[in-house]
Design a protein around this ligand. Structure first.
Ligand code: HEC
Length: 163
């Protein structure tokens, strides 16, 4: 009895030590995935203007993607800022948006965001990516709103030519 109590205590201590180490490795894995999946290539300010602002990495792009017939879509602020970023999103909501293109409000993200390619992300990697996005510095940056297909453009944009 005594022995098993001691075992449980030491096991609990081990878990307490392993917890933060696991969280840290999740963040590192997520950072690696965000880098090779090039989230910053679209979501970091200045990236498309030849002057990326890495001090505000992933805080959203001022250049949008026009999809003819659909509208102009600006890569969102992915930092955990509550008002302008993903601060109010749960990790599960981030995972769902990345893998299925579905936002918490039900809107389906335009194909300018390559969520169809990211659908193949496995659970462990999707979770690491979401944990990483939740861990970065919140940056307040409101990206330009979606522009409807017939509306006047509100900011610079690329046009995606569909095959
Ligand atoms: C080729 C450019 C591109 C890449 C690469 C990209 N995104 Fe996006 N992303 C977009 C665009 C454009 C939108 C806005 C789409 C819309 O509003 O319909 C978007 C929207 C999002 C949203 C929805 C946010 C919101 O507030 O609605 C999330 C979450 C997101 N991206 C996460 C990611 C992550 C994580 C990565 C990397 C794994 C990534 N994106 C890579 C272009 C990109």
């Amino acid at each position: 009895m005594k022995k098993s109590k001691a075992f449980i205590a030491s096991f609990a201590a081990m878990l307490m030590l392993a917890g933060p180490a696991f969280a840290q490795s999740q963040v590192k894995r997520g950072e690696y995935l965000a880098s090779i999946m090039d989230c910053g290539g679209c979501h970091t300010p200045g990236m498309f203007l030849g002057k990326p602002d890495f001090s505000r990495a992933l805080a959203g792009s001022e250049v949008g993607f026009q999809i003819p017939g659909l509208g102009i879509f600006y890569p969102a602020n992915l930092t955990p800022d509550t008002d302008t970023g993903l601060g109010a999103w749960t990790e599960q909501e981030i995972i769902t948006a990345v893998r299925t293109g579905t936002r918490p409000d039900g809107r389906i993200l335009s194909p300018a965001m390559p969520w169809r390619s990211y659908a193949a992300l496995n659970d462990a990697d999707a979770s690491a990516l979401a944990t990483y996005l939740k861990s970065i510095k919140p940056v307040s940056n409101k990206v330009t709103e979606i522009t409807g297909a017939s509306e006047k453009p509100k900011g610079p944009y690329f046009t995606i030519v569909q095959p």
